[in-house]
Design a protein around this ligand. Structure first.
Ligand SMILES: Nc1ncnc2c1ncn2[C@@H]1O[C@H](COP(=O)(O)OP(=O)(O)OP(=O)(O)O)[C@@H](O)[C@H]1O
Ligand SMILES: [Mg+2]
Length: 500
């Protein structure tokens, strides 16, 4: 649902991104595993297939708002699958005999279902099971697993598939190419400001780092202003050679200079009735600054070589990514012009300050460009999400677009990794030597065994296939002995301290 072709407020639905009207900004939850359908209050559908259904899991899912349809076989599942209905799916691969698993593939292949697999280590040794999980499942877990975890993963899988729900086409008159996405407070504030300034004719000055969306904001203001039916004319003051800028801005008459064979209308005049967007205004040479100031004072222009003063009615929006205060101090930018341009000021927030919006924008871009890769890319791997938040984004949204588009092309799996984004250095995972990796694995195995056996060393040692003495020693090495020496809930070993 869109209120405007250029502004789209998106709820902070983790990894899903639902498009909502700007007029009703939704709160920005820290995390949510719901999708757009949930955001619209539609019941979330879930297919659950297992040879033996876990009724307590079904009850839990229902209590979490899922509408659960359960099947005990591939055949029953096939009858429940509806091609047009986006839903989550839980497939208990551990419960089926190997010969029955192949029959599930047709349903697992359905793109509108976000599957989560339950699979034991043993079952994962089967190449068919591995292939099904790799190709068709959003994630997999090894039982026993908490119901809350399954609910959480199913929520994410559902969010993913609802991303590809066909959205109703906007009315032709409102169809815009670009959407402005934002849910964080800074972006909500920006949207409110855009709505307010759109209703006035006062000059707007937009400041912000490169790629933050200054031009998009200028366009959004124009599109929402009473001038929206008239032209939006943009001129990049930094991209036009200085000696051509005057004629480009104000036009010229025939014979004004050698080569001026016919009259040319300048950009200011071309924008009559509409909005003139002066991008990179900080690059405007002093000569053009004087002409622009005169035009802003008088509301009239003179074409080069002409005598006539032509009234032009435009609304001016200007933008820069450089420090204009510094330029004014250095005498490079006229303070009187700046005060005319900056009646209303908008500051674009840098991407790195937009929190959850980084992830939402990444999904928005993925959704927009995912057809660049024939592979079915479902989203971002945890490493990629971590890197998205850790990286500083000097090129802001434009850089994010470039990185995600590149990753879509480069990705070899269904989830984009930090490496695909060329941000592998921005994950916390430290480089480890093999010795460190072995030690970490050893510590994890000992911790797990101790937990399983509630610190009964005898039993944990049997599990680990080492002597109790060795276990006790290793606990010391890894800092796993409890303070006070009360480690063992069983007997002592030869090198263990005696308890009195
Ligand atoms: N909030 C947003 N939602 C969606 N797309 C955005 C958003 N902000 C910026 N973009 C996209 O990012 C790109 C850069 O935006 P834009 O050109 O408006 O930035 P800019 O600040 O003018 O950059 P520069 O300083 O380099 O001129 C564009 O493709 C734009 O559509
Ligand atoms: Mg720009």
């Amino acid at each position: 649902m869109r209120e405007s072709p250029h502004l789209t407020s998106v709820t902070a639905v983790a990894a899903a991104g639902s498009h909502l009207s700007l007029a009703v900004p939704k709160p920005c939850p820290a995390t949510s595993s719901a999708g757009p359908a949930a955001a619209r209050g539609v019941a979330r559908q879930l297919l659950y297939v297992a040879r033996t259904l876990d009724e307590t899991l079904i009850a839990h899912l229902k209590s979490r708002g899922w509408q659960v349809a359960a099947a005990r076989s591939a055949h029953e599942l096939g009858r429940l699958v509806k091609p047009d209905l986006a839903c989550a799916g839980i497939v208990d691969l551990a419960s089926f005999a190997p010969r029955d698993i192949g029959g599930l593939e047709a349903s697992l292949r359905q793109q509108q279902i976000g599957w989560i697999a339950l699979a034991t280590n043993e079952r994962l040794t089967d190449p068919l099971v591995r292939r099904l999980v790799r190709h068709y499942c959003f994630d997999y877990v090894k039982p026993p697993v908490a119901h809350a975890t399954i609910d959480y993963l199913a929520g994410h899988a559902f969010g993913m598939v609802t991303l590809s729900e066909p959205e109703p086409a906007p009315p032709a008159s409102e169809a815009g190419d670009e959407e402005m996405v934002g849910t964080c407070e800074a972006m909500q504030q920006l949207f409110r400001t855009i709505r307010k300034v759109a209703n006035t004719d006062a000059s707007v000055f937009i400041a912000g780092e490169s790629g933050t969306g200054k031009e998009l904001t200028a366009l959004a203001i124009h599109e929402r202003s009473p001038r929206r039916k008239a032209p939006f004319t943009a001129i990049n003051c930094g991209a036009i050679p200085h000696h051509l800028l005057q004629s480009e801005l104000f036009g010229y008459e025939r014979g004004a200079f050698t080569g001026a064979n016919q009259r040319k209308i300048g950009r200011v005049e071309a924008a009559d009735g509409g909005t003139l967007f002066l991008d990179e205004i900080g690059d405007l040479p002093l000569e053009s600054q004087a002409s622009l100031l005169r035009f802003l004072q008088e509301g009239k222009i003179e074409r080069l070589g002409g005598r006539e003063s032509i009234p032009v009615d435009v609304r001016i929006i200007s933008a820069t990514h450089v420090d204009l205060d510094g330029a004014m101090r250095d005498g490079q930018f006229r303070a009187d012009l700046f005060h005319r341009l900056c009646v209303l000021r908008i500051d674009e927030p840098p991407l790195r300050t937009r929190g959850k919006d980084i992830e939402i924008l990444a999904y928005h871009i993925l959704h927009k460009f995912k057809t660049d890769n024939a592979r079915k890319i479902r989203g971002f791997a945890p490493s990629a999400i971590e890197a998205l938040y850790n990286y500083n984004w000097p090129g802001n949204v434009r850089e994010l677009i470039n990185r995600v588009r590149r990753a879509i092309v480069m990705a070899e799996n269904k989830l984009i990794t930090a490496d695909d984004l060329d941000l592998a250095g921005f994950t916390e995972q430290e480089c480890m030597t093999l010795t460190q990796a072995r030690e970490a694995a050893e510590k994890r195995a000992i911790e797990a065994a101790l937990l399983r056996h509630r610190h009964r060393l005898n039993e944990a040692a049997i599990d680990l296939n080492i002597s109790r003495v060795t276990l006790y020693r290793l606990m010391g090495v890894h800092g796993l002995r409890e303070p006070g020496g009360v480690d063992d809930k069983g007997a002592f070993g030869a090198d263990e301290p005696a308890r009195g």
